[in-house]
Design a binder for this molecule. Structure first.
Ligand code: BGC
Length: 764
């Protein structure tokens, strides 16, 4: 893979490589090789955009609705378009033969490299090499470079590289392809091309500026306005460098969008390729410094884990709440770019522990939409705030009314009316951020308000059952979406109960520390002590099913009365196949669950269950779980590892390779965001045993037998702690200017005080 870019490309342990061109894998590779910087997401297409590729460029937070079933992320014009012909023949994998082809995603530096040797109908070969990156330093800019050499004969070349406006959103189901924008302005001056598009419904402006620089054997060639034509000798090296910028009217004032786009591109051109690259790489180095995970004893898994982390890093953004991370990141239009609970419970932890500033910005996404969540609650006759099951730009409920079921048929969707747990999940995530950072300011300005409004919602959502003398939450869907319209889903109810109790605790805690801050919030949302009293009354009386049927938590009312059909068939990945006679249409009559539901609870509230209850419940549900969601295996890996399930590592691998090996068969439709975060948690919280117990950072690791050391950094209350986990010991180290600093950390269940600036070795 090394030639022109020898000096730039990282070592093998950082590369995800593609050998040979396989046409049917194109779209899968486009997802896997996606680039991004949190603002822009760009699929890993080949620059010549071969027939049946799906170029995709997305800006975090840019949604539109034209002719779509629901608001969706907009596939904006594609700046990665590069069309080269040699005497009229397109240099492209469909038109020419490929003698050699490989690509490498350099995860260390966020660069996509490529080397292809083409052969035309006369068997004359062309060497084609490219690299490109979406700048981590300048969020509006991308840079690409292509080298072309005719190897066997002189030729005439034409080149077109525009911003390609022919792209469309793929259109799920029956919607058909659609374009969400029209071009409003095109302009060229001094070799800089400018293009502005506007989305149809929301009138968001998307402005591009781009410049192409061409060199032949190191000398600049003048670039005409449109098609570039020139003669090339055999063996002559042509180098194309394209700089482009993309700005939207969501980021800059619409009146200044043109100058913003032009200035960004001009600045990049002025700095030049090398400097732009250095700045970009420097940013990446900083990122990896805080979030790399190394595994001695398994380099392959280490690399795959980096792939999962890489894909979270390219969509984490500091947009002050304008965008969060969708279920398919910015790698595609799958799930229409919508945000689910996947972000809060699966992706957020990586950011909390490696880059809390980004975590804060991403959490603000929910705070900024609290008003809409209040409206949703009110529209259903509830109080407080109820967050939508699927969220796009405005925070309105964006779940489509129908979708494709597991068997490919069209099914009606009820999650928006019943999958309430997301509101507590968001409160849980905010509390998680707070527990790890101690960021009082964030809580006073944003976090508490969300947690209080969520508690208020639950207090109005519960119903009192006079016969049981208990509160219930009926007609819901838990994480296990195989069972709709159930009463008292344990996961939902425990989350709600926790939300109520935590709201009371936080109210008290902050009233002691910041009485003015609390009275400001209380005044703003009209929260009085009487209401808190109500919450205190409800919480202990809420049905939770925690200790029923010999320590096995009941998933929901009536669950144990459903048909118990054993899962006996497994696929090549040891994952379950529906038992004979069970289909996605009748599965609700059985005890078979879709994904971690009770098991999710065991993970999130690990410290409230006894070992016995955990073991019993885990094995009961693991045996009945189909893992028909990519959210499921990682959570089973974590809890399974804790309770001694021999399949725990297999679950981990399934999550780890979800997209690298296209385990779900739909990586072409985008990265499985939750699986990325779940995989990270399975490594750090599962095998690495990191967790929070009674507010204290805890390590109780259990490494897979062949892992010699697991090394990572966790930020805890502002301190980046370097953690090395070995079979029989843990080493902890953190730097602090204050030599007297000490952190309370529980290791192997013993409370320790860890001093700053000294490596602590703790043996089992
Ligand atoms: C899962 C949900 C998840 C959604 C988006 C569904 O199949 O059941 O838990 O939020 O996919 O990833």
């Amino acid at each position: 893979m090394k030639d022109f870019f020898n000096k730039i490309i990282s070592n093998d342990e950082w590369l995800i490589e593609e050998e040979g061109f396989k046409r049917d894998l194109q779209r899968t590779r486009e997802t896997q090789f996606a680039l991004g910087n949190g603002h822009i997401g760009s699929r890993g297409v080949l620059e010549e955009i071969p027939y049946d590729s799906h170029p995709g460029t997305y800006i975090a937070g840019v949604f539109d609705n034209t002719g779509a079933l629901a608001t969706e992320i907009v596939n904006i014009p594609n700046p990665i378009f590069f069309r080269i012909t040699s005497r009229g023949e397109k240099i492209d994998p469909i038109a020419m033969d490929i003698v050699d082809h490989n690509r490498a995603l350099d995860m260390n530096k966020g660069i996509l490299f490529r080397k292809t040797i083409y052969s035309n109908h006369k068997k004359e070969r062309f060497k084609y090499e490219s690299m490109r990156f979406i700048s981590m330093h300048d969020k509006y800019v991308g840079v690409m470079r292509i080298y072309l050499i005719p190897m066997d004969a002189a030729t005439d070349i034409t080149v077109q590289t525009t911003i390609d406006t022919s792209v469309t959103n793929a259109g799920m189901l029956t919607e058909g392809k659609k374009r969400h924008f029209q071009v409003t302005e095109v302009y060229e001056s001094k070799g800089i091309h400018y293009l502005c598009a506007e989305t149809f419904e929301k009138n968001t402006l998307i402005a591009y500026a781009s410049k192409l620089i061409v060199e032949k054997d190191g000398k600049r060639v003048p670039v005409p306005k449109r098609t570039l034509r020139f003669k090339v000798k055999k063996g002559e090296v042509i180098c194309f460098t394209k700089f482009f910028s993309v700005c939207t009217s969501l980021d800059v004032n619409p009146k200044r969008i043109k100058s913003a786009a032009l200035n960004s591109a001009k600045k990049a051109v002025r700095l030049g390729f090398d400097k732009m690259l250095v700045r970009h790489v420097r940013q990446w180095r900083e990122k990896w410094k805080s979030c790399d995970v190394t595994i001695d004893g398994d380099p392959e898994v280490e690399k795959a884990l980096r792939f999962n982390i890489y894909h979270m890093l390219i969509c984490g953004n500091k947009k002050n709440g304008r965008a969060s991370i969708g279920a398919k990141t910015l790698s595609s239009e799958g799930y229409r770019g919508h945000v689910f609970w996947d972000f809060e419970l699966f992706n957020l932890p990586l950011f909390i522990y490696t880059d809390p500033e980004t975590a804060k910005h991403l959490l603000l996404y929910r705070y900024r939409r609290l008003g809409k969540a209040r409206e949703i609650a009110a529209s259903k006759g509830f109080k407080g705030a109820m967050f939508p099951w699927e969220s796009a730009d405005t925070g309105e409920e964006s779940t489509p009314a129908w979708s494709k079921g597991l068997d490919g048929s069209i099914i009606e969707i009820h999650t928006m009316d019943m999958e309430y747990h997301i509101t507590a999940d968001i409160a849980y995530a905010i509390n998680h951020y707070y527990a790890a950072t101690g960021d009082d300011k964030f809580m006073l300005r944003y976090g508490l308000e969300v947690i209080f409004e969520a508690a208020r919602f639950w207090a109005s959502r519960v119903e009192y059952n006079k016969h049981r003398k208990l509160y219930e939450i009926n007609k819901v869907i838990g994480p296990d979406e195989f069972h709709e319209n159930v009463d008292n889903n344990a996961y939902t109810n425990v989350m709600a109960k926790w939300n109520l109790l935590r709201a009371i605790e936080l109210y008290r805690l902050f009233s002691r520390r910041y009485p003015d801050g609390i009275s400001r919030i209380a005044k703003k949302i009209k929260l009085y002590k009487k209401e808190l009293k109500g919450w205190r009354n409800i919480a202990p009386r809420l049905v939770t099913h925690l200790y029923r049927k010999k320590n096995i938590i009941k998933a929901f009312d009536g669950y144990f009365r459903l048909k118990d059909v054993p899962i006996t068939r497994f696929d090549d990945n040891s994952m379950p196949i529906f038992p004979r006679g069970v289909t996605s249409r009748n599965v609700q009559k059985t005890q078979i669950v879709k994904q971690a539901d009770v098991v999710m609870l065991l993970y999130l509230f690990s410290d409230i269950f006894s070992g016995l209850a955990k073991r019993k419940s885990y094995f009961y549900y693991a045996k009945r779980c189909m893992h028909k969601s990519s959210l499921s295996p990682s959570i089973h890996a974590i809890v399974g590892n804790e309770v001694g399930d021999s399949k725990a590592y297999q679950y981990f691998l399934r999550s780890l390779y979800a997209d690298l090996k296209d385990i779900h068969g739909n990586t072409s439709e985008g990265i499985h965001a939750a699986s990325l975060g779940g995989t990270w948690q399975a490594a750090i919280n599962g095998f690495g045993g990191a967790g929070i117990r009674q507010g204290i950072l805890t390590f109780d690791p259990k490494l897979p037998p062949h892992w010699e050391r697991l090394k990572f950094i966790l930020r805890w209350k502002g301190h980046p702690i370097s953690v090395s986990v070995y079979k029989e010991r843990i080493e902890l180290y953190y730097k602090s200017k204050k030599k007297s600093d000490k952190l309370k950390i529980r290791v192997y269940n013993i409370l320790k005080e860890i001093p700053a600036n000294r490596k602590m070795v703790i043996s089992r």
